[in-house]
Write a protein that binds this ligand. Structure first.
Ligand SMILES: [Zn+2]
Ligand SMILES: [Zn+2]
Ligand SMILES: [Zn+2]
Length: 317
């Protein structure tokens, strides 16, 4: 296992030859249910544990492949963790109570804080892949995190744009977007006192909503106890809207975008959550095909205003 540098697109690729050999689990067996090998039987509501087949690890082997100045390589140093949302197998984040969702958020907070303190961790990426269609093989409600030894490219782009805007205007680019979306109102899906959810003017996915704290914070660790509860509450509403929209347990990718953990200051960055749900209508999938994948240009076959309205009207409980 190693990191290989793509000198053309200037990004690291995580290569792990062994991960492809992950064993198939026997039908009906769940490693995340209480009482199985690595899980305590009782006394937990949420849990984080190391991924048994990590792409990044604190003690990686040295790269075995030959490399030089053009074909650069480095060890896969970092961490991969599983975040188990609940001991209950047959539920989803959307079905959990606001208090139980807040327990998940508190664990995200705690993991971010701990990994932020490790010098080799430059970026903590918290996410959830949900649904077979995304490639998830375990139904037990869980998310993951990758602690990267570098700042990933999408975050780099967001940092560059927001830094440039901050230098030019003295304001946060994300705060400006929030105000603009609030004023326009057409793409707002829902909001509460502390958070707002909208499909941005420049949405990439048909139901690709973003959730922002209204207060300018750089990471989940800057939220107060009250704000974490409001975060749980809006998250539940959005997830319920998703499930009610197409009358199914809605698959999605959900990612937390926070400031890097490399010890530098990022006053211009604003914490938020992004969703990338694969459905575009009932029984219709949005593929990121040649134009998206090969040219990096998104095609959006509706308008964000139409899709936001559908979500706004979808029941939130
Ligand atoms: Zn289970
Ligand atoms: Zn801001
Ligand atoms: Zn983002």
């Amino acid at each position: 296992m190693e990191l290989r540098w793509d000198p053309i697109l200037r990004q690291w690729i995580i290569v792990s030859g062994k991960r492809g050999e992950r064993p198939l689990l026997p039908e009906g067996f769940c490693p995340f249910c209480p009482g199985s090998e690595e899980m305590p039987k009782t006394d937990w509501t949420v849990l984080s544990l190391p991924n048994r087949f990590p792409a990044l690890r604190p003690d990686p082997p040295p790269p075995e492949v030959e490399y030089d100045r053009l074909y650069r390589c480095r060890p896969s140093k970092g961490a991969c963790e599983i975040i188990i949302y609940t001991p209950q197998h047959n539920t989803t984040l959307a079905e959990m109570s606001v208090e139980d969702i807040k327990a998940v958020i508190d664990l995200w907070h705690q993991r971010f804080e701990e990994l932020d303190g490790r010098d080799y961790v430059k970026y903590v990426f918290i996410f959830e892949n949900k649904g077979r269609i995304i490639g998830v093989t375990l139904d037990h409600p869980h998310g993951q995190l990758y602690a990267f030894p570098f700042i990933p490219p999408l975050i780099k782009t967001e940092l560059e744009s927001s830094k440039r805007y901050w230098k030019r205007t003295g304001n946060c680019l994300f705060c400006r977007v929030i105000t603009k979306e609030k004023d326009d109102g057409l793409r707002v899906v829902c909001e509460n006192e502390g958070f707002i959810c909208f499909l941005p003017f420049f949405a990439h996915w048909p139901y690709g909503v973003h959730i922002y704290p209204k207060r300018h914070v750089e990471a989940i660790t800057d939220l107060t106890e009250d704000e974490r509860r409001m975060f749980a509450s809006i998250l539940k509403k959005v997830l319920k809207k998703f499930d009610n929209l197409l009358d199914m347990s809605f698959p999605y990718m959900m990612v937390l975008h926070q400031r890097p953990t490399d010890g530098k200051a990022y006053p211009y960055y604003h914490f938020h959550v992004e969703f990338y749900p694969p459905y575009r209508e009932k029984n219709k999938i949005k593929y990121f095909a040649s134009v998206e994948t090969g040219a990096g240009t998104v095609t959006f076959d509706y308008t964000p205003e139409m899709k936001a309205e559908e979500l706004r009207e979808s029941p939130e409980s």
